[in-house]
Design a protein around this ligand. Structure first.
Ligand code: C5P
Length: 270
């Protein structure tokens, strides 16, 4: 079974407070990006445990720690699934704030549910995914969602960006999610994010914000410059995604977007 494990961007991100368990409560709207994805192939085989192979972008963690295998182990422990081959073709940059690893993990859970005919309901799948990370649950739904709590409490939101152009630039420098959180001063905004997102997209800049930008930009000025460049190129709205380092921008003109084709391969019509 082959699944496209697409990535996401964050349309705004508010870090509300630090929790007792070391995590942070946040509010963010996650939006799926169908155009950029990893390929996750999962098949049953005559073997014990799971065999994992990855190709494409070289991942900076040992196979054993890969979220695909963690997802298998979780499903093995809970439901006894066994004898699985997983092939990951990695295309989504990592350390990027695009949720690539999280999407892979969820893709494995969903594939195993189908391959072993487990027929788990959505809430169970969300619960399983949430055990593996904070962005993982979103990919069970994979439609625009307000994500709260650690990121796993979801409410669908009606945000239509159809017809706009999405440009994503991944600077060479990556950002560790853990470090990004440690630089943020949590605060509850006056107007909730979903309310600010009801404004037209051209009103979002400076209103729909990402709390990670300040501290991440201070540590990595290169990322701040990418955002400035995208706004100068005519973006309606530009922001870092998640904890970075990817910066994305929304455009309504194809002409403006063409000037960026030399800079990034990640340009999509929504
Ligand atoms: O859950 P995930 O692996 O994405 O998180 C990586 C790290 O980011 C966590 O170990 C935690 O330090 C931090 N984090 C947090 N609050 C969140 C999500 C992540 O503090 N809501």
């Amino acid at each position: 079974m082959i699944r496209k494990a697409n990535c996401k961007i964050n349309l705004g991100l508010d870090v509300l407070r630090r929790r007792e368990d070391g995590y942070h409560d946040l509010q963010t709207v996650m939006f799926p990006v169908e155009g950029l994805y990893d390929i996750v192939e999962v098949s049953r085989g005559d073997l014990c445990g799971a065999e994992f192979r990855s190709e494409g972008l070289v991942i900076d963690c040992p196979d054993d720690k890969n979220l695909c295998l963690k997802a298998f182990r979780l499903m093995h422990d809970r439901y006894g699934v066994d004898g699985v081959r997983i092939r990951l073709d990695k295309r989504v940059p990592f350390g990027a704030g695009l949720g690539g690893g999280s999407s892979d993990a969820t893709a494995v859970i969903l594939a195993l549910d189908e391959l072993f005919d487990l027929r788990l309901d959505e809430q169970t799948l969300i619960g399983l995914a949430a055990e593996l990370g904070s962005d993982t649950a979103f990919f069970v739904r994979n439609t625009p969602q307000l994500c709260e709590g650690r990121g796993e409490v979801m409410t669908p939101v009606d945000i239509d960006l159809k017809g706009l152009w999405l440009v994503m630039v991944k600077p060479d420098e990556g950002v560790s999610t853990k470090d990004a959180y440690s630089g943020v001063v949590p605060a509850v905004p006056e107007t909730p994010l979903v309310e600010r997102l009801t404004l037209p997209v051209w009103c979002w800049q400076g209103v729909v914000t990402n709390d990670f930008e300040e501290s991440v930009f201070a540590l990595h000025p290169v990322i701040a410059r990418v955002k400035e460049r995208l706004l100068k190129a005519g973006a309606l709205y530009a922001s870092m995604s998640g904890s970075g380092s990817t910066v994305f921008a929304l455009f309504d003109s194809e002409e403006a977007v063409s000037s960026l084709r030399d800079e990034t391969p990640y340009i999509f019509r929504l």
